[in-house]
Design a protein around this ligand. Structure first.
Ligand code: SF4
Ligand code: SF4
Length: 180
């Protein structure tokens, strides 16, 4: 049993989109349909304003609203890894999960008529590999591992760098953390 999570250190992110492209390439997704989206916004007050680019993907919530609304069980939590997974055979494309996700982490796949999202590269992880976005990150901004193991690299980095999840107030208990 594990609880997989990820740290994304924005101070090391080169904003190069390599993670986005790696996801599109691995899963043969059309351009713009990656499981990782780079979103830019401005922060601070004039004149101390800066632009921040935030890679956003499925937060692998421990209390996922998307799972609660899915009428077919197509999206579900894997008890072995704590991740939110997809069974595309069961997805009827109703998009309830897209509406329920407060992070905008899901995309509708027009070609398949189903909804897609980041699944933490579960197939690669089962083979002992890192998720594609982690492996390809040229800034080494991403760390993946078991959040339930306090000695794992990801757990230690989250603690040492004072990383935070996005919108913890929503009560979704995300498993993706950021260093801002
Ligand atoms: S980020 Fe969205 S899609 Fe991912 S588990 Fe949370 S609610 Fe579901
Ligand atoms: S679109 Fe698919 S995964 Fe999403 S709620 Fe409907 S059946 Fe479930």
């Amino acid at each position: 049993m594990a609880r997989y999570g990820m740290l994304i250190d924005l101070t090391m992110c080169a904003q190069c989109s390599a993670c986005t492209v790696a996801c599109e390439t691995l899963y043969r997704l059309p351009p713009g349909e990656s499981g990782v989206h780079l979103r830019s916004f401005e922060t601070g007050r004039f004149p101390a304003v800066r632009r921040v680019t935030l890679p956003v993907q499925c937060m692998q919530c421990q209390d996922p609203p998307c799972v609660k609304v899915c009428p077919t069980g197509a999206t579900y939590q894997d008890p072995e890894t704590g991740t939110v997974q997809m069974d595309y055979q069961r997805c009827v494309g109703c998009r309830y999960c897209m509406t329920a996700c407060p992070y905008g982490a899901r995309q509708f796949d027009e070609a398949q008529g189903t909804v897609a999202k980041c699944i933490f590269c579960t197939g690669r992880v089962k083979q002992g590999l890192q998720p594609a976005c982690v492996e390809t990150c040229i800034g080494h901004a991403r760390i993946f591992g078991d959040l339930d193991d306090p000695g794992s690299e990801v757990s230690r980095a989250i603690a040492e760098r004072h990383a935070l999840p996005l919108r913890p107030d929503l009560g979704t208990r995300p498993s993706v953390y950021y260093v801002f």
